[in-house]
Design a protein around this ligand. Structure first.
Ligand SMILES: [Zn+2]
Length: 407
């Protein structure tokens, strides 16, 4: 099978069962679950499947190129008034939403497929129960991660207010700075770190041109690598979520945040359909899985965290990762901040998730892939998958049972 950037994310590696199962059984289990994904053409092997889904190959060869109209828009953007550029952006977004091929805000097929494969495998091999490596620490059902991109000077000035709010509720987050757009406040970075927050990098100049050509990218990647070192950062999110997984291998990062499970509103719409972390070549991808704040409030006109909470419920069901990206620049608006605060307060009412920094989640996922099976050492608790009367149940730690979302 030809190896690609997504080859480490086989279903076998995803489940990390504590017993060995023959590859042929995995392949049969996958084959049988394939119709759930509705991929066209049908993948030739598992690597092809991973490339089509996680690698967004299903959107065609030119997927990583910005459309001509988009390019023109970013060329002209500095010269057009803000109100007009916002209107143009919304017009482009509406068009994308209309033609969008994935489910949104919930795209259930890939997680459903992952669970169905395990069920098929247990049926095929006659297993009624099997231990697997926990997705998250402490027997938690899902992961909850907060991230922020700081777009401009104004946003940077509001970072402390956002950090104060989160800290008062017991949360921590990462703040991604743009190294060459505004004067980065090093004192603020040090203070945030001191308080348990994380510093990451949000592109280089935030001008929409990072991926204009490969040579341009390589040039800028060198600068980005320099800043990763200077800011002591290991995480990255590309401005406007422009992205190219091959080119991005040049970045000396531990993890990236530029991909998403499903989003019709970004300049490069699409999605990786996964609500779990996964490998893209040498780095870990942590896709955002909750709608971005700007989309939620300015595009969709939402006035409550309802959509976020609905998505969290879906993610909890599949033991995935709820990762949200908000901007101090937009949180300055009291109406947006109210929604964010309400969301955090609602999240505070449950405690079945693992809340850590993105760098910790990335390290956890990398570690989880390294050795297996690990068993119960170091306080790790291995969940059990049970198959009874054709129904799959996952038994997490401390007697937390959950019906798998498939039957
Ligand atoms: Zn940005």
């Amino acid at each position: 099978m030809p190896v690609n950037l997504w080859s480490a994310n086989t279903l076998k590696n995803f489940w990390q069962l504590h017993c060995s199962v023959e590859d042929a059984a995995w392949q049969s289990a996958i084959q049988k679950a394939l119709p759930i994904l509705c991929l066209n053409p049908s993948p030739s092997d598992e690597n092809d499947l991973l490339q089509q889904v996680l690698g967004e190959g299903q959107f065609g060869a030119g997927h990583w190129e910005l459309s001509r109209i988009r390019r023109l828009y970013y060329e002209l953007k500095p010269f057009i008034p803000r109100t007009l550029s916002r209107a143009l952006r919304q017009l482009l977004q509406k068009r994308h939403q209309r033609d969008f091929e994935l489910g949104w805000t919930i795209e259930e097929r890939y997680p459903r497929f992952q669970f169905q494969v395990l069920k098929n495998l247990m049926e095929l091999t006659g297993m009624s129960s099997v231990r697997f490596e926990a997705f998250w620490s402490h027997g938690r059902r899902f992961a909850f991660i907060l991230t922020h991109d700081i777009e401009e000077e104004n946003g940077q000035a509001f970072v402390r207010a956002v950090a104060d709010l989160e800290e008062s509720l017991g949360f921590r987050s990462s703040f991604n700075f743009v190294p060459e757009r505004y004067r980065v406040d090093k004192g603020l970075m040090a203070e945030l770190r001191e308080r348990g927050f994380e510093i990451g990098i949000h592109g280089l100049k935030h001008d929409g041109k990072l991926f204009n050509s490969h040579s341009e990218f390589i040039c800028r990647a060198e600068r980005i690598n320099h800043y990763l070192n200077e800011f002591d950062a290991v995480g990255f999110r590309s401005p406007l979520t422009l992205r190219n997984p091959e080119w991005m291998q040049t970045l000396r990062i531990e993890y990236d945040l530029s991909f998403f499970d499903t989003d019709p509103f970004e300049p490069m719409p699409g999605g990786v359909m996964s609500i779990h972390p996964f490998f893209i070549g040498h780095f870990i991808e942590l896709p955002y899985t909750l709608v971005q704040d700007y989309t939620l409030t300015s595009v969709l006109g939402e006035t409550s965290p309802r959509m976020w909470l609905e998505k969290v419920a879906f993610i909890r069901k599949y033991h995935g990762m709820a990762l949200v990206n908000t901007h101090p620049d937009y949180l300055r608006r009291p109406a947006v901040l109210d929604i964010y605060r309400d969301f955090l307060i609602m999240m505070k009412t449950s405690d079945d998730y693992w809340h850590v920094l993105p760098c910790e989640i990335a390290a956890w996922w990398r570690n989880r892939a390294d050795v297996h099976p690990r068993g119960e050492e170091n306080g790790r608790i291995s969940p059990v998958a049970n198959l009874e009367n054709g129904e799959l149940t996952l038994e997490m730690a401390h007697g937390i049972h959950s019906n798998a979302p498939i039957s």
